[in-house]
Write a protein that binds this ligand. Structure first.
Ligand SMILES: [Zn+2]
Length: 319
């Protein structure tokens, strides 16, 4: 009797130990499963606007949703967020899937499930707008963090210029050059900060070229198109940008924020792995290789802007 009891208890313990593994397995299966649309109810509706009788979610004549009934707080809230274009197309599902199955979600979107998810470019612009709001005052301290940051950059740029002026090892031209270089770096940073959506899109274009070359024959989507690759990148950038709003909102120090943003950018490995179907090792080395030309092009652009500013400040050099 006692032994039987013990055996039972052991069995239960063993099962308990297995449960987290089982749960994880079920979670992994759920992650890979595409989003299911509920079957349509056969219920007949009468459109309140045009009196048409129909079955389905929308009136075939005027397009009014069959969900519209009498006013409720839920309806009012949905209309309220619809002002910013957030009401339709699973905004909340997109955010949930962003965190739980980002790469698989992007795959679903690329395979044509467009109505199920929030469109990527619209999302990018909304997230950038939200990020700007948070940076310029909508945070827990209510301060303009962007201005504060640029103020700090200005001060350190001026410090660098001053130290170049007093550096006796430099010639006069050398002094001027380092002052201009320091100014140019500040100007570029300022411009990139003001037009951050554009900066993000340019950076994306630079990265997606080599990225596409390395991922176009990936196991999950063996005939990946460049346009699809670009859309996928926009989604991934959205994911990273959502994460980077967190430290701004909670007013981390700029150093801590930079570290947090780095980790957020590293998280991009997860959706890329899920989307491509490569292993983690396969994903990481391809991402690193894709970053090399990106770094070179970015450096070249930076260098040519600096040269342009320098030469336009010193036209006598060309004579
Ligand atoms: Zn109607």
């Amino acid at each position: 009797m006692l032994i039987k009891d013990k055996n039972k208890r052991f069995k239960r313990l063993r099962e308990l130990r297995k449960t987290p593994g089982k749960r994880y397995k079920r979670f992994r299966e759920w992650q890979k499963e595409p989003h299911h649309v509920k079957p349509m109810s056969p219920e007949e509706h009468v459109c309140p606007t045009c009196n048409k009788r129909y079955v389905g979610n929308y009136c075939p004549r005027c397009g009014q949703s069959s969900m519209i009934g009498r006013y409720s707080f839920k309806n009012a809230f949905l209309l309220f967020i619809d002002v910013w274009g957030l009401g339709n197309r699973g905004m909340f599902r997109t955010i949930r899937d962003f965190f739980l199955r980002p790469g698989y979600m992007i795959g679903d979107y690329l395979r044509g499930m467009q109505m199920a998810y929030f469109p990527p470019f619209k999302m990018l612009f909304l997230i950038c707008a939200l990020g700007l709001l948070v940076d310029t005052g909508m945070n827990i301290k209510g301060i303009n963090r962007f201005e504060l940051y640029m103020q700090q950059e200005k001060e350190s740029s001026e410090k660098r210029q001053a130290s170049a002026q007093t550096d006796n090892s430099l010639t006069v031209t050398g002094k001027e050059a380092s002052v201009i270089a320091s100014k140019t770096i500040y100007d570029i940073e300022n411009k990139a900060g003001e037009n951050n959506q554009l900066a993000v899109l340019i950076a994306l274009l630079l990265f997606s070229g080599p990225f596409y070359l390395l991922f176009r024959h990936c196991p999950a989507i063996p005939d990946l198109r460049f346009s699809e690759c670009f859309v996928a990148m926009v989604y991934i950038v959205n994911m990273v940008l959502i994460c980077t709003i967190i430290p701004s909102f909670f007013c981390f120090s700029f150093k801590a924020e930079a570290r947090f943003d780095m980790v957020a950018a590293l998280l991009a490995i997860i959706p890329i792995k899920q989307l491509s179907g490569y292993s983690y090792v396969g994903t990481v080395w391809r991402m690193i290789v894709a970053l090399i030309p990106f770094g070179l092009i970015a450096f070249f652009l930076y260098f040519s802007v600096a040269m342009f500013v320098f030469i336009s400040a010193h036209p006598e050099l060309l004579k």
